[in-house]
Design a protein around this ligand. Sequence first.
Ligand SMILES: C[S@@+](CC[C@H](N)C(=O)[O-])C[C@H]1O[C@@H](n2cnc3c(N)ncnc32)[C@H](O)[C@@H]1O
Length: 252
Amino acid sequence: MRKLLNYLTKPIGLELVKPLGVRSKARHQFLTYAYSQEGQSPNRKLISLALKAIERAFKERIDTSGCNPQAPDFQHFNQYPGEHYRLLKALSSCLAPKTVIEIGTYTGMGTTSIYQGLSEESEIITFDIVKWDSFETHLSSDVFNSRRITQRLSDLSIEENFVQFKSLLGKAELIFCDGPKNGRFEAAFLHLLKTLPADEGLRILMLDDIHFPNMIDLWRSIRSPKLDITSFGHFSGTGLVDLSGGLELSPD
Ligand SMILES: C[S@@+](CC[C@H](N)C(=O)[O-])C[C@H]1O[C@@H](n2cnc3c(N)ncnc32)[C@H](O)[C@@H]1O
């Protein structure tokens, strides 16, 4: 079919090219785009934070002794780079936040990694729409009893819910956004996040999967200082955004 179409369209300069997959064995692959970087600038604070966190992530492992080896994702905790767990732990250590918000609890790998980087005075609030114990999880009732980890079942892309947690979001120095990537949630959430006021301290958004085709336009639309550190995070795309001046998105 492609050959026939090409026979017909070649005279007018159109050719359908067979998409190339990765021929060597990759656990997970998807097609994405390379694009030029106009208007995509980091600032010194982001560069400095990223360098420190990357260096730390290479040195410090995730302690998996309390985790669940039966969970299917267990072996990815210390796959670094390629997975983002050691980077999450390192970012938490470097930023020393009092409050961290995670969106997307799932099996608790992100929660566990962030927790290991935090001081004893800090807390994580992890959001999902599915309760943590519905998954083959790395979390346990004990970690929730410590009161430093709380799960909230709420969809923060819905304005009414966002408003309910707005002051919490406003005080979080680190927001890790790792939700459904369904082409709707992240755009709606970022548009609501724009309503948070600027802050004097360093406030960071880590956005996962920014190389998924349905995340590229959203990532490109961010006008606040930002940095793509995919080679030092999750292979599917890891982006850092400095939210200190408020989140700015391009109007289109
Ligand atoms: C990619 S997983 C999160 C992985 C986890 N953060 C980690 O680091 O391993 C995505 C999670 O987002 C949750 N989710 C889906 N829709 C959501 C929504 N509207 N709000 C919050 N979480 C949502 C899913 O239930 C799933 O647990």
